[in-house]
Design a protein around this ligand. Structure first.
Ligand SMILES: Cc1cc2nc3c(=O)[nH]c(=O)nc-3n(C[C@H](O)[C@H](O)[C@H](O)COP(=O)(O)OP(=O)(O)OC[C@H]3O[C@@H](n4cnc5c(N)ncnc54)[C@H](O)[C@@H]3O)c2cc1C
Length: 337
């Protein structure tokens, strides 16, 4: 249980680019911030799904890598000392009284309860989680050879790796672990066609010719074997039905992420369709007093889900939230000094 006496001005739910922008605007107004994020990393969809792709339409950046963009959002948004809680999914929202003050209590799947005067929901499409292989009890192998992301290449030094996926991440790591893993790296995809960049595919095919990559398509991993940790996987050739066993110590599944609004949809806040929270675009407030929303999760007629739009909403939400907490008229303050 977190220290419940620690009431922040604002809890921000979601550490994507919009949540980080909201953290900036609240911090800039001298408000205290806590950010709760279900993933173990910040950066939202950008960091999770397209860190290595260029973004061209964010004002001030004619061309910037996704990861670089969110790194800069983090540098800007966290400069005022936000308390960042990663790896915690928000589950319940209640209103309670604390020392005579009415506050919002956000409780996460880790059992921590975070108190704040207002809440800004910047949850994108909802909590992200990795798309999993269709193998029974697959999560039991986590920490025992199964990986949903590659954090440090050193973890794979000298290991026989099976990488599953057909997109850029799978190809990027098939190439990126060439100098680290035991070769060949086995790349498994359920279709013959890959979605990854042609140049990455060409390089993988070239390495296949040299024996440094083994490409298996259309194949699917059916079973994981090991005593304590992963020692081998059985992979089916889905065009012939043949099952073959491949020794490996690391199974890296890079199948993208799935997201769901989840518990947020049960909090009694009016929704816009099935996937968004309805807001008043003038204030970004939801139907629940003291609860604001911005970014992809916030909906109203004509909404465009782009980073720039979400950042604008973050400024509106943060300034309205600060004004509401202080009982002031909404008035932005310039950041120039
Ligand atoms: C492939 C791709 C390319 C794109 N290219 C562009 C582009 O070029 N330009 C552009 O403007 N936009 C682009 N977009 C859209 C852009 O990424 C989104 O508009 C932007 O990420 C929205 O930011 P956000 O902070 O609102 O939400 P997100 O980035 O989705 O972040 C939300 C965060 O909230 C967390 N969260 C959700 N629910 C919970 C919960 N219950 N508890 C804890 N944490 C939670 C999630 O884990 C996530 O990290 C692209 C999107 C994709 C998928």
């Amino acid at each position: 249980m977190a220290d419940s006496s620690d009431v922040r001005d604002v809890t921000i739910l979601g550490a994507g680019p919009v949540g980080l922008s909201a953290a900036y605007y609240v911090g800039h107004r001298d408000g205290s911030v806590r950010i709760v994020e279900s993933l173990e990393q910040i950066g939202g969809q950008v960091a999770a799904t397209y860190p290595e792709k260029h973004v061209f339409d964010v004002a001030g950046f004619p061309k910037i890598l996704g990861q670089k963009l969110v790194d800069m959002c983090a540098e800007q948004g966290l400069q005022f000392g936000a308390d960042v809680r990663l790896g915690e999914e928000a589950k319940t929202l209640e209103r309670l009284s604390q020392n005579g003050e009415e506050v919002l209590a956000l409780t996460t799947d880790k059992g921590n309860t975070y108190l704040s005067r207002v809440l800004i929901i910047t949850a994108g499409h909802g909590a992200f989680e990795p798309r999993r292989l269709g193998v029974d009890d697959i999560d039991e192998w986590l920490g025992r050879g199964l990986h949903y992301v590659v954090r440090e290449k050193a973890q794979f030094a000298g290991k026989r790796c099976v990488i599953v996926g057909g997109g850029d991440s799978a190809l990027d790591w098939t190439l990126g672990l060439q100098d680290t893993a035991d070769l060949p790296i086995t790349l498994v995809h359920r279709r013959d066609r890959f979605r990854a960049l042609e140049s990455s595919m060409n390089e993988a095919r070239r390495l296949e010719g040299e024996g440094a990559v083994r490409i298996l398509t259309p194949h699917e991993v059916r079973e994981v074997h090991g005593d304590g940790s992963i020692e081998a996987v059985s992979i089916e050739n889905t065009s012939t039905g043949e099952l073959e066993r491949y020794d490996c110590e690391a199974l890296i599944t890079l199948l993208g992420f799935v997201s769901h609004l989840g518990a947020i949809a049960e909090w009694g806040i009016e929704l816009e369709g099935k996937r968004q929270i309805k807001i008043d675009p003038m204030t970004c407030e939801t139907s629940m007093p003291g609860v604001y929303a911005a970014g992809d999760v916030a909906g109203y007629p004509g909404k465009i889900t782009l980073i720039t739009v979400g950042m604008g909403e973050a400024a509106i939400a943060a300034n309205n939230a600060i004004a509401a907490i202080r009982g002031e008229k909404v008035q932005p303050k310039y950041s120039t000094d």
